[in-house]
Design a protein around this ligand. Structure first.
Ligand code: HEC
Length: 184
């Protein structure tokens, strides 16, 4: 029967189109997962660079320190948040499903990360030569962020704190977000 054959052909066509559409959507989702994971890895590498310079201050180079801070600055805040805008249903992803329900908290942590990176960038600009004592934490200086955790209370406080302290709070910000929003 001709009609059935045509109908079948149309059915097959519709089916193929649907398959292609699903494939396109899941590719986009996998792309965004790949991008945000690559960004996270780049931030981890940048943090390692900065950490190395604090461990051995003779390796400090303002330009490299600044470049690492800028890498984190450019991949945090709104950029980071936007990569987690929808529930990416990808087996590749370890993002927690609670990100969407706790959007404000997630975005705030992402913005804190950016603020710390901006402070580190400023420190590099202020210290173009060797690493200065002013960049280091003072002996006995409290490591944590006080009763408010890692959340930045105000800009003045952030710019007054030594870069090393801001760096430690930055690393705690990574951990804070991972503990809450990344699945094991
Ligand atoms: C606002 C939340 C948030 C902040 C801040 C954050 N991360 Fe992540 N990170 C995540 C989430 C969510 C994932 C899981 C992403 C996925 O698998 O889709 C992740 C994954 C990672 C991964 C694994 C990437 C991979 O290849 O699977 C690394 C490494 C990482 N983060 C490093 C860092 C470092 C270093 C910082 C701080 C400089 C940081 N992250 C800050 C939320 C955050």
């Amino acid at each position: 029967m001709r009609l059935t054959a045509d109908a079948n052909r149309f059915g097959l066509f519709a089916f193929m189109a649907a398959v292609l559409m699903v494939a396109a959507v899941s590719t986009a989702e996998e792309d965004i997962v790949a991008i945000r994971q690559a960004d996270m890895k780049a931030m981890a590498a940048a943090a390692k660079t900065i950490s190395g310079m604090f461990k051995d201050s003779t390796t400090y180079k303002a330009s490299e320190f600044k470049w690492a801070a800028d890498t984190i600055r450019d991949k945090s805040g709104g950029v980071l948040s936007a990569h987690f805008a929808s529930a990416a249903d990808s087996r590749q992803s370890k993002a927690g499903p609670n990100i969407l329900n706790e959007r404000d908290r997630f975005d705030r942590i992402a913005n804190d990360l950016r603020d710390y990176a901006v402070a580190l960038d400023a420190a590099a600009q202020k210290n173009p030569g060797p690493m200065t004592a002013g960049m280091r934490m003072k002996p006995g200086e409290a490591m944590g962020g006080g009763p408010f955790g890692t959340h930045i209370r105000n800009e003045h406080e952030l710019s007054a704190m030594p870069a090393e302290h801001a760096f430690h709070l930055m690393l705690q910000t990574c951990t804070t977000c991972h503990t809450r929003f990344r699945m094991e």
